[in-house]
Design a protein. Structure first.
Lengths: 99, 98, 538
């Protein structure tokens, strides 16, 4: 029985990483695609740029999640990357309301 | 004609690069070549590849040309590689190789 | 595999290798199908011609202007009152014109009809009803028997896994260029790894490009957040659409009837600008109404981009309203990436290069899948009773790889053999594809694995090789006639079928030899070491 618990316990970090990679990665990529609107260029071009780059962000995030030593670091990395993107995206949302 | 020339140059270019590797020199000639020979082969290989790029870009422009170049070099590398395999397979085995 | 907080962290190459294997295994069967149907799609127009043998070989491309006029006249009859007609003109590889139109009275819903037309007469083609090579093309990115959006999401999901597999594969194999040239042939599991590596490396520029650009083609679906955030009104969204496609909003009809000005003249102006044979599409909104608009789009030749370039005319006067010939830098980048994926810009040689390297990509995915079972078979404690997961992968490999070839050939057999007056004939050709595939899946489960591989590979060989023969007996286009007439499309497809049959035969022969050489590394109670197992530790 304890073998089952052991397996469940060691599966925890793995599941955490999978969630971080699949969903966290997509979230980061989506955030990036919105953050691109803060770039100093025509709005339409910025939208396209954001979408074009998003897949690289997603792939990079997935590789990061599995490359680092622990699930905790994986999440930390995603959250740290999300900060500048989030700030840029926020400025877009609030700026958009004013424009 | 242009395509043929570019393909041949790409293949020769990769052949030069492959031959400049010690591993293949050992396989093909039984020993590593002199440093100058190796360097010349490598330079000739690079030169052939650059020439191929020049020819195809002149014929097709940068957009289409770069794509064609990528295709010809991919195929050329694959061909050189295939030939190396065939050579290794058809050589009489001297010792048990890993 | 257990990745988590561990006392002895595994190196990055090992974790990336694990990531690569899982990413590849979870989506490999879909990716193989996407790769193979995508590869075939580079010649989908030629395949479509072959699947409509009643239509004669097109010796030269008909004048776009004349064809456009004829089709437009025909659409006035069969699709009058429709707010939108989209006409695709024939080109060097396509001997038919096609058109789709919005069913009148269904504005707001997606309701379209489409048909194929004879460029010489403007009337609907009289040839067997078939989806042609376009079935494989659409299957490639939206599969079948499911809502289009689901299919595209599934394809995108798999493409994302492919991208991760490529990146993790490159990281794992950091000494990639040195190792590339050191293939060892014929030594059990190691040779599968080397074949997979070789195919991956020599086509790496292509595989990376095709995967990323594939995601880009549907990026509006996968990443709509930027545009949703930035654009609140339909007018703003139209700004974006204008940068991405030549689609013109139909707008409101005026209600006033007005005859459409000669479309021929409008196309001629576009031909003067972009080349006589470089016009590929004419879109007409509210034809027959005073508010009609006609847009004539540039063809694919001469540039590596699909960014919209078109001339917009006032429908009932023929007056030029707008010439769109450039888009912003990001839009042009996206246009280039899209064009790189489609590969329609090049000449014949470039197309063949695409095809060959794409076929190598298909083989890359296939060798990866097979390698998984070969590697793990060595470690099985009892090779006659493998664990469930292994059996699943093994059988799926057979059905997804060998079975797919048979299914694709099966569709071509159906194209030749189904009665021409069968209702829903085009749909039945497609059903045949899936029926054959399903049968092969059943076969893969019922037979012993190695037998299943061999039987299916030989069946694929026969199915492909016999098709030109079926062609002789069911059409008036046998191979010798095609060669005599210089009909390279028909001769090319027949030839390709034989080349692919030969490829499958080679695989079958290799599989037969490989089966007898593989021995498991451990047996329950070895009586004495067999020579092959001693020598097989590669």
């Amino acid at each position: 029985m304890s073998a089952v618990f052991d397996r469940a316990r060691s599966a925890g970090p793995l599941l955490s990483r999978i969630v971080a990679a699949v969903f966290g990665g997509y979230g980061l990529a989506a955030l990036g695609s919105v953050a691109a609107l803060a770039l100093p260029m025509d709005k339409t071009q910025a939208v396209i740029t954001g979408a074009l780059a998003s897949f690289a962000i997603y792939a990079g995030a997935v590789v990061w999640v599995f490359a680092v030593r622990s699930a905790r670091r994986a999440w930390a990395g995603l959250l740290i990357a999300a900060v500048p993107l989030g700030l840029a995206a926020c400025s877009v949302w609030s700026g958009g309301a004013a424009a | 004609m242009t395509h043929l020339a570019v393909f041949l140059l790409s293949t020769l270019g990769f052949a030069g690069l492959a031959l400049a590797m010690e591993r293949h020199q050992e396989d093909l000639f039984g020993h590593a070549l002199a440093a100058t020979a190796t360097r010349s082969l490598r330079m000739a290989g690079v030169a052939a590849l650059l020439l191929a790029l020049g020819v195809i870009v002149r014929a097709q422009g940068w957009g289409v040309g770069l794509v064609s170049f990528s295709g010809h070099t991919s195929l050329g590398a694959g061909l050189v590689f295939g030939v190396l395999i065939v050579i290794e397979r058809t050589r009489p085995r001297q010792t048990a190789r890993r | 595999m257990s990745i988590g907080a561990e006392p002895h962290p595994r190196g990055i190459r090992q974790t990336m290798s694990d990531l690569h294997i899982w990413a590849g295994l979870l989506t490999g069967w879909f990716l193989y199908a996407m790769f193979l149907t995508g590869t075939v799609s580079y010649f989908k127009d030629e395949l479509s011609q072959w699947m409509r043998p009643e239509l004669p070989h097109q010796a030269e491309v008909p004048d776009a202007a004349g064809v456009a006029q004829r089709i437009a006249d025909e659409l006035q009859k069969v699709a009058s009152g429709s707010s939108q007609w989209g006409i695709t003109l024939p080109d060097a590889r396509n001997n038919v014109a096609s058109a789709f139109w919005r069913v009148p009275g269904t504005e707001g819903r997606r309701a379209f009809q489409s048909a194929t037309f004879d460029p010489a007469t403007g009337h609907k083609v009289s040839s067997r009803e078939t989806a042609g090579g376009d079935f494989f093309y659409r299957f490639h990115f939206q599969f079948h028997y499911m809502p289009v959006l689901w299919g595209r999401w599934l394809a995108g999901f798999c493409a994302m896994f492919m991208l991760v597999a490529i990146v993790s594969g490159v990281i794992t194999h950091k000494k990639i260029f040195v190792d590339f040239f050191t293939f060892r042939w014929g030594k059990g599991q190691r040779s599968w790894l080397d074949a997979h590596n070789a195919l991956s490396v020599f086509g790496l520029p292509f595989h990376a490009m095709i995967t990323y650009t594939g995601l880009v083609t549907l990026m509006a679906l996968y990443m709509p957040w930027g545009s949703q955030t930035a654009f609140k009104t339909p007018a703003e969204r139209q700004q974006l659409t204008a940068e991405l496609s030549a689609f013109i909003q139909p707008g409101k009809p005026s209600g006033q009837k007005a005859a459409l000005a000669p479309v021929e003249e409008m196309v001629r102006q576009a031909q003067a600008r972009w080349g006589h044979d470089n016009i590929n599409r004419v879109t007409i909104t509210h034809g027959g109404d005073a508010a009609a608009r006609v847009s004539v789009s540039r063809g694919d030749q001469g540039r590596t981009s699909v960014s919209p370039q078109y001339m917009l005319f006032e429908g009932n006067t023929g007056r030029l309203l707008e010439t769109k010939d450039h888009v912003g830098p990001a839009a042009e980048t996206r246009g280039v990436m899209y064009a790189l994926h489609l590969g329609r810009f090049g000449d014949g040689v470039t197309r063949w290069l695409y095809f060959i390297v794409s076929l190598a990509g298909t083989a890359m995915v296939g060798t990866g899948l097979v390698m998984w079972t070969v590697k793990r078979r060595q470690k099985l404690p009892d090779p006659d009773r493998p664990y469930f997961g292994f059996r699943v992968v093994e059988r799926l490999n057979i059905a997804a790889i060998a079975g797919l070839s048979i299914a694709m050939a099966g569709m071509l057999w159906a194209n030749r053999l189904l009665p021409t007056d069968l209702p829903d004939r085009a749909a039945w050709e497609i059903h045949s594809f899936f029926i054959v595939w399903g049968l092969m899946a059943v076969h893969a489960v019922l037979r012993p694995a190695k037998r299943a591989w061999l039987e299916q590979l030989w069946l694929a060989t026969a199915a492909l090789a016999l098709l030109p023969l079926v062609n002789v007996f069911t059409t008036h286009r046998p191979l010798w006639r095609s060669l005599a007439e210089g009909d390279w499309v028909f001769a090319g497809v027949d030839g390709m079928l034989w080349a692919l049959a030969a490829l499958h035969a080679m695989l079958a022969i290799r599989t037969a030899r490989h089966s007898t050489k593989v021995r498991p590394a451990r047996r329950a109670a070895p009586l004495r070491p067999t020579p092959s197992s001693a020598g097989e530790r590669a």
